[in-house]
Ligand binder design. Structure first.
Ligand code: AMP
Length: 466
């Protein structure tokens, strides 16, 4: 599939196997905790051991499910998904979990990530295959049910040997739950145990905590786990790949109360803020952050700089992530609707404002204007990520090369465009230091243009850059 046709998914997935538990309700609250990973559509599929029933719709978790719908999802295995995508693909047919009917039974699949060889994988499908959706996830799901193999693990292994790109998947048959992660470990996936019995898989540990499942660990890159009547089982892809966990999960995407690769996201973001203060100090009176994602970074900056941290902007929490709205017009309006300044904290002050990233450059100039209109005397923008200069092919909607402000302008030009008195980005080395990782352990494609081996693509890069 050419790059323009692919969908970019940075979604949230959950899977639960817990006989005697209300799995649909747990999946519901698990997805609620992962709502930040996608706000366009969601779904839950539940199996009672004989039949899989799936409910998926456009919208937020809270608007899709009610008591009656959850009450109809009875069983002991649940698979859930919450999704965000780019323009044009925001339609219910692309909502997940996907439900596939195979001759050996039904299979329901939730995918977080983005494949980079969907076209190749599609060409391996039976000629008669009809695709309902337009997503790489559907090709992946069909490839799994059509793969040769005596059992589901053989089928999964077969597809894992062929699929390239990012995939953290939770899926189930009528009787078993499966979870697996691509051999590079680009997107997160962890699991835990319910104290009363049963297991739960989720994109982020915050989902486990929400429903009282005890976090055990992340799945390793290339690891397959499954739960059936006999309990929990593990298997591993034979070939080892260099680790390539997405750096942007640390910078922005994951919830601050999650743990990723053994590191608290909150503490990692605070460390980024501290490092940023060391790299880009400035004479100022107060430090603030753009709520919510930049708050730990802002607090870290303030601590290191020895300046007071203030809540200069109050966010309307009922308006979704601006970036997730599918088109630019909606995004621009979202910024205005989302924040109100506390004039009393800002008037006459020299303000350091910390945000986690500048992508297209839509949000920052509006924020700077809001702060100036509220009376800020100086506005110094500090960003807890290095400049984002390349698109993402592995599951984060990072815009095309043309849209990325830092790919097209110098830092001083950006400062001018956003209307700030000064602008400082965290360095790549500073970012790695802050999260105690080495270059080879992370995917930093959006910051360096060097993608993990799974991304095979000057061709894709050229298409996207047009
Ligand atoms: P922009 O307005 O395009 O420069 O986007 C930057 C803002 O959107 C920052 O305030 C980030 O917190 C947020 N953001 C950055 N990347 C993403 C993403 N992939 N999805 C949703 N929001 C994002």
């Amino acid at each position: 599939m050419p790059a323009g046709d692919t969908l970019h998914e940075a979604c949230g997935v959950v899977g639960i196997y817990a006989p005697g538990n209300e799995v649909a309700r747990h999946a519901y609250f698990g997805l609620y905790a992962l709502q930040h990973r996608g706000q366009e559509s969601a779904g839950i599929a539940v199996s009672d051991g004989a039949t899989i029933v799936c409910h998926r719709e456009m919208g937020l978790i809270s608007s899709i499910f009610d008591e009656e719908i959850l009450g109809n999802l009875t069983g002991y295995i649940a698979v859930g998904h919450t999704r965000y995508s780019t323009t044009g693909s925001s339609v219910v047919v692309n909502a997940q979990p996907l439900l596939e009917h195979a001759d050996f039974g039904d299979v329901t699949v939730s995918h977080n990530g983005n494949l980079t060889n969907t076209g190749d994988l599609r060409s391996t499908l039976d000629a008669a295959t009809v695709l309902q959706a337009t997503s790489d996830s559907e090709v992946l799901a069909k490839a799994i049910v059509q793969a040769p193999g005596a059992d589901m693990i053989a089928r999964i292994r077969h597809v894992m040997g062929r699929a390239e790109g990012a995939y953290s998947i939770v899926m189930s048959t009528e009787k078993s739950l499966y979870a697996f992660r691509d051999p590079w470990g680009v997107r997160p996936l962890c699991y835990g145990r319910f104290p009363g019995g049963g297991y739960m898989f989720a994109s982020e540990s915050c989902a486990l905590a929400t429903v009282g499942a005890q976090y055990i660990r992340e799945l390793d890159a290339g690891e397959i786990m499954w739960v059936d009547n006999d309990g929990l089982h593990y298997d591993k892809m034979a070939h080892h790949k260099p680790q390539a966990l997405c750096m942007f999960e640390y910078i922005y995407f994951a919830r601050p109360d999650s743990v990723l690769s053994g590191k608290s996201i909150y503490m990692a973001r605070m460390a980024m803020g501290r490092q940023l203060a060391r790299e880009h100090p400035v004479d100022a009176d107060v430090v603030m952050a753009i709520p919510d994602s930049a708050i730990p970074g802002g607090i870290g900056y303030a601590q290191e700089a020895g300046l007071p941290y203030v809540e200069g902007l109050i966010k309307n929490r009922y308006i979704g992530r601006t970036f997730i709205s599918p088109d630019q017009k909606m995004r621009a309006r979202g910024v205005q609707l989302k924040f109100n300044p506390i004039v009393e904290l800002l008037a006459g002050q020299r303000v350091v404002v910390v945000d986690d990233s500048i992508v297209r450059g839509t949000t920052t100039p509006r924020i700077v204007k809001l702060l100036r209109d509220a009376g800020a005397r100086e506005v110094h923008v500090r960003i807890t990520s290095p400049p984002i200069i390349h698109p993402c092919y592995l599951g984060v909607d990072m815009a095309s090369h043309d849209e990325l402000i830092a790919a097209n302008f110098t830092i001083d030009e950006i400062r001018e465009k956003i209307g700030a008195d000064s602008l400082g980005y965290l360095s790549k080395e500073g970012l790695l230091d802050a999260i105690a990782r080495k270059r080879g352990q992370m995917c930093m494609g959006c910051l360096t243009g060097e993608y993990p081996e799974t991304y095979n693509g000057p061709a894709v890069l050229a298409t996207a850059a047009r």
